[in-house]
Design a protein around this ligand. Sequence first.
Ligand SMILES: C[S@@+](CC[C@H](N)C(=O)[O-])C[C@H]1O[C@@H](n2cnc3c(N)ncnc32)[C@H](O)[C@@H]1O
Length: 243
Amino acid sequence: MASSPQADETGFQLKGSAPERYEEYSAPIMAPFVEALLDAVDLCPGHQILDLAAGTGFVARAAAARVGPTGHVAAADFSEAMLKVAAAKAPRMYPDIEFTVAPADRLPHPDGSFDAVLCQQGVQFFPDLGAALTEASRVLRPGGRFAATAWAARDRSPYFAVQSPVVAEYGGAAAEAYFASAFSCPAERLTAALTEAGFREVVSHEATFGITLPPLTDFVRGHLTAVPWGQAIEDAGGPDRLA
Ligand SMILES: C[S@@+](CC[C@H](N)C(=O)[O-])C[C@H]1O[C@@H](n2cnc3c(N)ncnc32)[C@H](O)[C@@H]1O
């Protein structure tokens, strides 16, 4: 795994073994959005793809399955711990996925390397969204495509809406700030930033999916241990408060 010594320390940061739990507990929530993201750029066999802010690799793995052995998938994230889980989860049958520890606004990839840059639930955490999108544009070939997913307002999701008052009550301002940041890049902000970064034919689509989660008593607790706002609740009052 290649790494950059200048990785940015802000944004969605998980401690300890949380990246493993992120992979487990985020999977059912992310799954339908992964497919929508891949469909948005019409991935074909042979394409060269970058999964930006790849985390534990949901998008990279699905992209690798679609581009096939003649394609190539690179995955970049500033968290080495997230990419370690991603590397461990990458099945051998896929084309090799190249993992690189790097902040979104300082990628090591050469100009014009990719047919598409994909970013699932990452843009809202970039400290300089404009710089990250300019960097995405640099690594795209002429005519290449960028697609991202980011949550709409939290009151649009029953799962997140019900957590809102609880996160603030039990985790205080720090937890609330982390939680709010997950919803800080609505479509209008992202499309404006893409246009500002020089992208053309910028469109947004609203994607709504019904997701059946495992029994919530265990699931919510596990999921909260794998997101920064849940970690902030635990920091504020230990595992009992999180429970
Ligand atoms: C909510 S997770 C999404 C991960 C993955 N894309 C997925 O589909 O599950 C946000 C990811 O963004 C990464 N991240 C946040 N800020 C970043 C930055 N400035 N540069 C690179 N990665 C960043 C975090 O390390 C984390 O893996």
